[in-house]
Design a binder for this molecule. Structure first.
Ligand code: CAA
Length: 380
């Protein structure tokens, strides 16, 4: 077993770290305040190959492995979790699904543009009454021979108002349950597709989250992904990889907050010495470091499983469950170490604390991860 990063992995991590510090940091507070989508920064991330990290270069991607993906996700998330979720959704939920299960035509037409970052993707599964219970899709896709007609509403869609291509999960044969679900590629200009209101969120405020409406949207049959009825498995497989990305995001949020708290504790004086010299603070830092290291090992293990071609459904759920808990708990501690300053925006930790919460909710709540893990435990 080798826990060391290769020289190449270190270079990738350092490039992402450098980008996050020089490009993401300067406007991050303003974007959070204004709920401003980082359009120009997405272009810069695309130039660095971050929008199609694991995609084969023949489809416009960077051809890197999953370890590289989580290293990039961690570094971006330390500074700006809004930017990193844009990257994560495009990579894990959209590019991965198209590359693994799309036809050659779909890859040429859509994946090449998404992986290069020329276009942005969104993944549309959640509905007003189908978030965790993903089989209860109310959105319908009626088979009309050479095309489908899609009707329904999708909620909380990341990149919702900014995407060019949407992977839309819909029910085609209600009586077949999860086997009657399909996924379709919808283009933003298709008639009947409407972007609804933007959500005013607690965290990841620089990302763009919308309700979407589909009113008799005509989608050609060749835009269905996989065999008829493959949609639910497509969503589950795709979400397993997505959970590695969100686990890495949670790790980044936690480690970003920890680094800020550590630095602050060495500068801030109270009772005649830097506060890190008080055991009350030193022990907090020890706990934070330990928890974050444990989360990192779980995130890396899951990425490693994926790179080795092993099943990663359970390890990704474990990594996401644990890393998101660490992110929530340790960002609260980082605010505490900062005292009154922690409550003020310019110190960044309050934003990281707000951003942490979503990692316990999206791409499956913590309770959903426990369903996945407990089923695996009971099966074995
Ligand atoms: N890979 C492949 N197939 C899978 C699978 C996986 N990881 N997980 C389940 N399946 C298959 C099962 O084998 C089964 O197939 P068969 O009938 O052929 O055996 C089928 O799918 C149904 O599986 P279950 O009976 O386990 O399904 P379920 O209804 O009990 O649901 C669940 C399981 C884990 C709770 C699932 O519904 C789930 O993950 N829900 C959460 C959905 C979610 O993450 N939503 C978040 C929205 S996306 C988002 O947040 C994006 C964003 O914008 C950031």
């Amino acid at each position: 077993m080798n826990f060391n990063l290769t020289e190449e992995h270190k270079m990738i991590r350092d490039a992402a770290r450098d980008f996050a510090k020089t490009e993401l940091l300067p406007g991050v507070i303003e974007r959070d305040n204004q709920q401003q989508f980082p359009k120009e920064l997405v272009k810069k991330m695309a130039d660095l190959g971050f929008m199609g990290i694991m995609v084969d270069p023949k489809y416009g991607g960077s051809g890197m492995d999953t370890i590289s993906y989580v290293l990039i996700m961690e570094e971006l998330s330390k500074i700006d979790a809004s930017a990193s979720v844009i990257v994560s959704v495009n990579n894990s939920l959209v590019c991965y699904g198209l590359e693994a299960f799309g036809t050659e035509e779909q890859k040429q037409k859509y994946l090449t543009k998404l992986a290069s970052g020329e276009k942005i993707g969104a993944f549309c599964l959640s509905e007003p009454e189908a978030g965790s219970d993903a089989t209860s899709q109310k959105t319908t896709a009626e088979d009309k021979g050479d095309h489908y007609i899609i009707n329904g509403t999708k909620n909380w869609i990341t990149n919702g108002g900014r995407a060019d291509f949407y992977l839309v999960v819909a029910q085609t044969h209600k009586e077949k349950g999860h086997k009657g679900i399909n996924v379709f590629i919808v283009e933003k200009d298709m008639e009947g597709f409407h972007v609804g209101p933007k959500e005013d969120k607690l965290g990841i405020r620089g990302s763009d989250t919308h309700t979407l409406q589909f009113n008799d949207v005509k989608v050609p049959k060749e835009n269905r992904i996989g065999e008829d009825g493959f949609g639910f498995k497509f969503a589950m497989k795709t979400l397993s990889g997505g959970r590695i990305g969100i686990a890495a995001q949670a790790l980044g949020i936690a480690s970003g907050a920890y680094e800020l708290a550590l630095k602050y504790s060495k500068e801030r004086k109270a009772f005649g010495t830097e506060i890190c010299n008080h055991q009350a603070i030193a022990f907090k830092l020890a706990d934070m470091h330990t928890e974050i290291e444990a989360a990192r090992l779980l995130v890396m293990k899951s990425a490693f499983d994926k790179d080795q071609g092993e099943n990663y459904d359970t390890s990704s759920a474990i990594a996401k469950l644990y890393a998101s808990k660490v992110a929530m708990e340790q960002t609260v501690e980082a605010v505490q170490i900062h005292g009154g300053n922690g409550f003020v925006k310019e110190y960044h930790v309050e934003r990281l604390m707000r951003d942490a919460k979503i990692t316990q909710i999206y791409e499956g709540t913590s309770e959903i991860q426990k369903i996945v893990i407990s089923r695996s435990v009971l099966r074995n």
